[in-house]
Design a protein around this ligand. Structure first.
Ligand code: WTA
Length: 657
């Protein structure tokens, strides 16, 4: 674990001038009364009932928060509900059936609109189809699809029949898919023939095939035909074509299964501090409450809005804020298949303009790219429909914040810099845009009902301005329920560090470092564990190191993140080879293919630096921290405690090459 006080390069990030939300925004905001903080604090945990009222429950809960089994908390204990009912049926029944639910923007300019009624019909057919394949309540269904409407449809179909989904990001490799299916004992897979990456047809089915071959269990596979004649494919045994299968259930409806609030809605595998991905489990009642509430209070979503979160549903941001949150509120959610610069760098602004998007939510990595490309691209379009902007995924420093504010938001859209994680399920730290001042460079205070604290190594609060560990001192409804088949690891990873189990005091540790100012505004500095945040993808250095170490000729490897000049994080791999190796170029290319097949191309390093040895302590531990400083061009402190201090200079010069 890294001591956050060693983080000089980030700690000095300045906080820019404050901005107030304009009156025109405040007067229409879903939440604009500053008393909301005090009310939530005074009535915690009952305050969360206000959020639960955004949903329709089949049976209302007996207790808001059951703590008997902490840290395995039960939110809305005794309550029952169905997530797909909440995202579909109730909007159809309340006269909003012809309102657009999803606007899909395809890679090549194709568009498709699903009204709530259309979505309801297809989700029902898909639910019936899944049942016909044998899917029962609590069976995990794996979904390996790119950003096409069938992805949220399949998720909602699973939710309808009480089958947890496990969505695997489409860019991950066959190995990554089979590891996740195996870990969740999942025997059902929804995938597609392929999809377009930039201009080219890319074969997804062959990756899915390889994953299934690796598995011991039989897998029922459903294949969406996305590419038609661009990628003909043949279906094998246990494989069905999605559209043909749904035709067999034309017009059929499936009664939504009433789920216990604590029943699993989905599992999402994410990178942790070991090479094994963690299956983060989210419960139905708490999760849906949390994402509906934050969509309402932070993203200020109204049912009549067109809202666009330009993330991928293969990660948590898309689960919470493309699918469940916005659909629970009955709004129109935009689904974009393509990339921000294809066919041109104004693609996103063209979509905002054409759809008159009200609220836009993206990641700092994208904002930095927009800034680099220049304001001429947003300037080509009418962006005056925008009311609120959001940022998520990594810290946003003041300069891109100001650029986003001025050139996308025309100076009058508030920005919410939202801190959260796969494990928190929903936004936990952010300003409330209708209430709070914004300080570029700081995410904001804890949301009402959340108790985020920055603490020192012993759990004591740090002084304002000092760096510490970001913890959550109270449970919250969207919290990770457990790790799939990993209760012990759940306690170990998140609760052991700062809790006092004897006293029954439980504190959640996020894995992030942060500092807090006098007003309680939190600036997140980054991860202190072995996780790297790479352009919105969360990767484990251990997982990448494992893939490198599996390569013929490699002796040892250490992987670190380089974040220079508040630009995108890059992966730097330091590798020592076995003595017999004389062709480094060949090892390099073997390393790259090993990473591609173990994880996917997104984990490819920016630089692979060969060195005769890695820097080690006298006890033989690799000093990753030192390598991180080398990669970042930092001053190195005292290296005399190293067993091999002479290696450092050599690595520094190799790094510069
Ligand atoms: C980072 C994505 C700074 C953080 C929702 C966290 C942020 C990790 C912010 C979770 C933010 C997310 N400012 N850092 N506004 N939002 N992070 O699980 O390091 O993919 O722990 O969830 O992203 O990544 P994950």
């Amino acid at each position: 674990m890294v001591d956050p006080n060693g983080w000089d390069r980030d700690v000095s990030a300045p906080t820019g001038p404050q901005h107030s939300p304009p009156d025109s925004f405040v007067s229409q905001a879903n939440v604009s009364d500053a008393d909301v903080y005090a009310t939530f604090e005074d009535t915690w945990p009952e305050c969360w009932e206000r959020a639960a009222e955004l949903l329709e429950w089949d049976r209302s809960y007996d207790t808001v928060l059951e703590t008997a089994d902490a840290p395995f908390y039960r939110w809305f204990d005794g309550g029952r509900l169905n997530a797909s009912y909440n995202c579909l049926d109730r909007h159809v029944e309340s006269g909003r059936k012809n309102h657009a639910a999803i606007r899909w923007e395809g890679k090549h300019g194709e568009t498709r609109t699903y009204t709530y009624r259309d979505l309801y019909v297809e989700v029902n057919e898909c639910a019936a189809a899944l049942r016909s394949l044998g899917v029962e309540e609590d069976d995990v269904v794996t979904i390996y699809l790119p950003m096409i409407p069938e992805l949220p449809i399949a998720m909602l179909a699973c939710a309808r029949i009480g089958a947890p989904h496990s969505v695997v990001f489409a860019g991950l490799s066959a190995d990554a898919l089979s590891t996740r299916m195996d870990a969740a004992s999942s025997e059902y897979l929804l995938t597609c023939d392929g999809y377009y990456r930039r201009g080219d047809a890319f074969n997804q089915k062959s990756k899915a095939d390889n994953a299934v071959i690796d598995l011991d269990q039989d897998v029922e596979t459903v294949v969406v035909d996305r590419l038609g004649e661009d990628l003909p494919h043949v279906l094998g045994e246990n494989e069905r074509d999605y559209h043909e299968l749904l035709e067999e259930f034309y017009g059929e409806t499936v009664e939504p299964v009433s789920r216990d609030a604590d029943d699993m809605l989905f599992v999402m595998y994410t990178s942790g501090t070991t090479g094994e991905p963690k299956g983060v489990v989210h419960a139905t009642g708490g999760y849906l409450t949390n994402v509906a509430w934050t969509s309402h209070a932070v993203l200020d979503i109204k049912p009549e809005d067109t809202y666009w979160c330009a993330a991928d549903i293969g990660w948590i941001t898309g689960h919470s804020y493309i699918v469940y949150g916005p659909l629970a509120l009955g709004t129109t959610t935009v689904l974009y298949e393509g990339s921000p610069d294809y066919p041109d760098r104004d693609r996103l602004w063209e979509i905002v303009d054409r759809n008159a998007v009200d609220v836009f939510y993206t990641a700092p990595t994208a904002i930095r790219a927009f800034m680099k490309w220049g304001e001429e691209y947003p300037n080509r379009h009418d962006l005056s429909s925008l009311r609120l902007l959001g940022s998520v995924g990594e810290p946003i420093s003041p300069r891109p914040w100001e650029w986003y504010h001025e050139h996308v938001g025309n100076g009058d859209c508030p920005i919410v810099d939202t801190w959260w994680q796969t494990e928190t399920g929903g936004i936990a730290v952010s300003t409330l845009p209708g209430v709070d001042e914004m300080k570029p460079g700081a995410a904001g205070p804890s949301l009402p009902g959340i108790d985020a604290r920055v603490v020192g190594a012993g759990g004591e609060p740090v002084e304002p301005g000092q760096a510490g560990y970001l913890t959550l001192a109270q449970p919250w409804p969207g919290m990770v329920k457990t790790l799939y088949e990993g209760d012990d690891r759940f306690v170990e990873e998140y609760w052991r560090r700062f809790s006092d189990p004897e006293a029954d005091e439980w504190v959640y540790f996020s894995g992030d470092a942060a500092r807090v100012d006098e007003d309680g505004y939190i600036t997140v500095l980054g991860r202190v564990d072995d996780v790297i945040n790479l352009a919105g993808h969360r990767l484990s250095t251990m997982e990448i190191e494992g893939a490198i170490a599996d390569t013929d000729g490699v002796a040892e490897a250490a992987v670190v993140g380089r974040t220079a000049d508040s630009s995108d994080t890059e992966i730097y791999a330091y590798v020592s080879t076995e003595r017999r190796v004389d062709d480094e170029a060949a090892v390099r290319s073997r390393i790259e293919s090993s990473i591609e097949s173990a994880i996917g191309p997104l984990a490819l390093p920016e630089a692979i630096v060969f060195t005769p040895e890695l820097p080690k302590t006298r006890s033989g531990k690799i000093l990753r921290r030192l390598l991180e400083d080398v990669a970042n061009g930092e001053e190195l402190g005292d290296t005399s405690a190293l067993r091999n201090p002479e290696i450092v200079g050599e690595i520094q010069s190799a790094s510069r090459e």
